[in-house]
Design a protein around this ligand. Structure first.
Ligand code: AMP
Length: 590
């Protein structure tokens, strides 16, 4: 094996980054560390710094279950279930648990220090393990790896294995550290760093492999990556907004509100990037996997556009003029060859962006121009342009929202006409509009154990609103709180259980949570007669008592005020009301 840098140096760098909130310090610490690494280690270290075992776009996965990891930690440290459970409740992070339990471990005597190459090789072995006996091989490999780790190394190995780094390190910061590390030395180092940042970002957008970008930056080869056919890149993403007015607001540094925005239906399907060239067509998923084989019926419609192009769109399960259940589409994805599913679950590809056409890259062209060119393509069969119109006022959006929902689509995606296509970025250039609804303050009445990594804690809560002097349940949620909050709440629930039903604990109704949701639905599931669609916990209202939570009357008012009033049963899309219009609305330029 090549000489390789100690894993300890990476763990120390991660720890240093976690311990400061100052961005420049983080950047400087990482830049200094990058200098010490050979190319292959630099690739690996950058990947691990994204909290992943493999680079984005690499199909390999560790697939190590929570139970397997816990088993290895217990075998190595001798911690029993209770000790592990207690430590987890204190930290809410398995990496920190490992660090705490490790010193008690008997060390196996002097051994080779862990290197980046060794960790890389172990991860490759784990990812390659398949079929019968694979769990045993994974556990043995993990045990070898963690068996030689120091407490700090174990902490960060576990964090990477669970893809849960949490050290306050975003991709943008990693890009800055790369620019700082490899800016040409000279008098104006800061100026050089600034100059190197845009090419670093651009290269990372195109190849989505921050480690490779670091190596290119070191060798002055950042200009090399280019948009290349059959090399899929990350998709541009949308930020959530809740009110139509928000869409028009100027961003920081801008003086004027947007005069006009492009408005499209938000289709509920799977994202697809299609590349065509050299007589070949390939469809890539959001995870950059090749999914062409699953959708053979789309290929004829994709032939006619041009000889060479890249488009972006959404594949939706669609019958007649309406979407059908998303779960059916997932069935198709699971099959390499769809067979009879082609007829049973028909699909449509709604195309909403054009990124390359006949040799010309359009990533930096404004959406206005990309969309106009897209409208000029020859669409046929199940390949269609997305419904797109231009809105100049918030009221247009409210109206378009209702129209999209009537067509059975999820809502709207609103896009700035002057924006370039920014791969992998989520921002206000694209916004998804959810209906503006008040949040509700609710009281927790029951708690139960979650699944997987949440199996040790009471993470799933049932909550209620007030109806006179009784509490009426209205929903259940398990996302939105931090692991630390969940650990703290678990302790509280354990101490305030009024009835223990085994998995479910009925608790004193004293914890108040603020929950957000997409809609209020009529439902028989809960005793309030209503249910929340996609409830998520926004925050724990330490400041509120159960006497102050929202009432069933409040819920009724929100329900009445909604633009669309669904019933829980309507969630099965076949039962949605009849179509009012076709999927496409036609583009009307501003
Ligand atoms: P979300 O998955 O909730 O973050 O919403 C963003 C996703 O909506 C995108 O990644 C697309 O897969 C999907 N989507 C549906 N319709 C559109 C559209 N017209 N424009 C952009 N994205 C869309």
């Amino acid at each position: 094996m090549e000489p390789s840098s100690p894993f300890r140096a990476l763990a120390e760098a991660m720890e240093a980054v976690a311990q400061t909130s100052r961005k420049l310090e983080k950047v400087a610490r990482l830049a200094g560390y990058f200098h010490t690494l050979e190319d292959e280690d630099l690739r690996t270290a950058c990947t691990f710094l994204t909290g992943a075992a493999f680079p984005a776009g690499d199909a390999r996965q560790l697939s190590v279950g929570w139970a397997a990891l816990v088993q290895v930690l217990q075998e190595l440290t001798g911690a029993d279930d209770e000790a592990l459970h207690d430590a987890y409740l204190r930290h809410g992070d398995l990496g920190e648990v490992a660090e705490e339990l490790y010193p008690a471990r008997r060390t196996a005597g002097p051994s080779q220090p862990l290197t980046l190459a060794r960790v890389r090789a172990a991860f490759e072995t784990i990812a390659a393990a398949a079929g019968k006996g694979s769990r045993g091989l994974k556990v043995a490999t993990l045990k070898d790896l963690l068996g030689v780790a120091t407490p700090l190394e174990a902490k960060y190995l576990v964090k990477i294995i669970t893809s849960d780094l949490r050290v306050g390190l975003k991709t943008g910061l990693l890009e800055e550290a790369i620019a700082a590390a490899f800016a040409p030395a000279g008098e104006g180092r800061t100026a050089d760093r600034r100059a190197l940042l845009p090419p670093v970002r651009r290269a990372n957008m195109l190849i989505s492999h921050v480690g490779e970008v670091a190596v290119l930056a070191r060798h002055g080869r950042l200009a090399e990556p280019a948009l290349a056919l059959f090399h899929p890149f990350h998709f541009m993403l949308a930020e959530t907004i809740f009110a139509p007015e928000e869409a028009f607001e100027p961003l920081r540094g801008e003086e004027e509100r947007q005069p006009a925005l492009l408005v499209e239906d938000k289709y509920d399907g799977i994202r697809a990037q299609v590349h065509k060239g050299d007589g070949r067509i390939a469809i890539f998923s959001r995870t950059l996997d090749d999914i062409t084989g699953s959708f053979p019926e789309l290929l004829p419609g994709l032939e006619g556009f041009a000889d060479r192009y890249i488009i972006d769109g959404e594949i939706v399960a669609w019958r007649g003029e309406r979407p059908i259940a998303f779960a059916l589409l997932q069935q198709r994805l699971r099959r390499k060859q769809p067979g009879r599913l082609v007829e049973q679950v028909p699909v449509v590809l709604f195309v909403f962006d054009l990124l390359h056409l006949g040799g010309a890259d359009l990533l930096t062209a404004p959406l206005r121009e990309r969309r106009a060119r897209l409208e000029g393509l020859r669409f046929s069969g199940p390949v269609r342009p997305s419904s797109a119109t231009v809105a100049e006022e918030p009221e247009h959006l409210a109206w378009r929202f209702r129209e999209a929902r009537d067509r059975g689509n999820e809502g709207l995606v609103v896009k700035r006409l002057d924006a370039a296509y920014a791969p992998g970025r989520r921002g206000r250039q694209w916004m998804k509009l959810k209906e503006e609804l008040a949040t509700l303050d609710v009281a927790v009445v029951a708690a139960e154990h979650g699944h997987g990594r949440r199996a040790l804690v009471l993470s799933d809560v049932t909550f209620a609103v007030r109806d006179g002097d009784r509490l009426a349940t209205i929903g259940k949620a398990y996302s939105g709180l931090t692991d630390r909050e969940i650990a703290e709440l678990t302790r509280w629930f354990q101490a305030h259980t009024t009835e223990d039903l085994g998995r479910v604990k009925i608790v004193q109704p004293a914890i108040v949570l603020e929950v957000a949701f997409d809609a209020v639905m009529e439902s028989d599931r809960h005793d309030s007669g209503f249910a929340l669609r996609f409830p998520r916990i926004k925050r724990w209202r330490h400041d509120k008592a159960a006497a102050e939570i929202n009432t069933l009357d409040d819920v009724r008012r929100i329900y009445e005020r909604q633009i669309v009033r669904p019933r829980a049963e309507d969630e099965a899309p076949d039962k949605r009301p009849q179509a009012l219009g076709a999927g496409g609305g036609g583009y009307r330029p501003a």
